[in-house]
Write a protein that binds this ligand. Sequence first.
Ligand code: NAD
Length: 260
Amino acid sequence: MLKGRTAVITGSTSGIGAGIARALAAQGADIVLNGFGEAAAIETFRAALAAEFGVRVLYHGADLARADHCAALVREAETALGRLDILVNNAGIQHVARVEDFPPERWDAVLAVNLSSVFHTIRAALPGMRARGWGRLINVASVHGLVASAEKAAYVAAKHGVVGLTKVVALENAESPVTCNAICPGWVLTPLVEAQIATRAADEGIPLAQAERELLLEKQPSGRFTTVEQLGGLAAFLCSEAAANITGAALPADGGWLAR
Ligand code: NAD
């Protein structure tokens, strides 16, 4: 379905981004991976994706907290693969604390990586997509782009910002074949959430399995984590012809979280 297309997926060395990179590679897209991690592990993942699906897979180490790195990621992906058709803004970080205890430098970091990078990469990618007459901009927001939870001020503010930015970009490009949508997962069992489960277990003096169950059931009625494979499938759908007139949407994959 995506043979001949190219995709940049930010934060794809782990979790949801890795799942989306795999799903788009499986559809035949050439891939640029990005994110932090151990060089050997990243190279193993890069080489495995290329071998399994017979696509080109490159890695770019841009630090998305920096505007110049965001622009360079897009520019260098276009140069290396000849074009950029799909941009998945997925990189994200979390910090959990009440507002009065929230370190200002963590606020700045969460806003830079989770929100400002989305603006910077889209700004760099749009001209090429419009000139070539096709583009898919997919922003991994969160249920926290639509509702709040306590102790996540920066994350909730950033994700609400991502949903708003998604709508603006969709409107500005509505008459072109470039769509812009947000994916809003509920709980997904990745390192970002494993850290929150470990904190909860330590704070409450309970086993990890109990902390995981409590965290899930508190918000997510299905009682099941959304998987990275499901989110990869949703991203691939947004790249399909069936989704060509879906733009400006914030699509939940949340086991019913937002239905309460
Ligand atoms: P993760 O921690 O497994 O992966 C985050 C990725 O972002 C990693 O590849 C990391 O290296 C990269 N990253 C972090 N800072 C970066 C920076 N400055 N520059 C470049 N890359 C950077 O987390 P995840 O759970 O897979 O989260 C991915 C996205 O999904 C995030 O935007 C997160 O907010 C969102 N999300 C996650 C969940 C969940 O339950 N896990 C739910 C809703 C939304």
